[in-house]
Design a protein around this ligand. Structure first.
Ligand SMILES: [Zn+2]
Length: 71
């Protein structure tokens, strides 16, 4: 009985960790300072490694030095 409870706990714990990880990767924040290299509107959103423009829907990836590269 104890063992079964332990397994259930581990299951929900794993699900929680995966949920948090997915949120961190997909969470976009307003870039705010850099205009979109494609349409020049200040409408970029960024997360840890990527950016996307809400105006023209172009997506970018951050490369060395924080420069934006078209995807
Ligand atoms: Zn744009």
């Amino acid at each position: 009985m104890e063992q079964q409870q332990d397994l259930e706990y581990r299951g929900s714990h794993d699900a929680m960790i995966h949920g948090l990880a997915r949120t961190a990767i997909e969470e976009y924040i307003e870039e705010g300072e850099t205009p979109c290299p494609n349409c020049n509107n200040p409408t970029l959103l960024r997360n840890e490694s990527n950016a996307k423009c809400t105006e023209c829907a172009q997506e970018f990836v951050y490369v060395d030095g924080g420069a934006l590269r078209f995807l």
